[in-house]
Design a protein around this ligand. Structure first.
Ligand SMILES: [Zn+2]
Length: 74
């Protein structure tokens, strides 16, 4: 896992109200206390499972190796 690409955080009321309350990829609801991951390259929050999928596709520079248009993500 390339931990420098993401900042792991616990969702707080502040984040949910001021930033987002859904995952930027799958649009799943984020709830207070959930583990979320801030993508430091794309400046959005991902849920746990999207972060895992993403990090598998990333190279060491946090770049997506696969073509995002390929329909790999829900
Ligand atoms: Zn997600």
């Amino acid at each position: 896992m390339k931990s420098q690409c993401f900042i792991m955080q616990i969702a707080t009321e502040d984040i949910l109200l001021k930033v987002t309350n859904v995952c930027a990829l799958c649009y799943d609801d984020i709830h207070m206390g959930d583990t979320i991951h801030y993508d430091t390259q794309r400046y959005h929050y991902l849920c746990q499972s999207c972060q895992e999928q993403r990090s598998e596709l990333m190279n060491e520079e946090c770049k997506i190796i696969e073509d995002e248009e390929g329909g790999l993500f829900c």
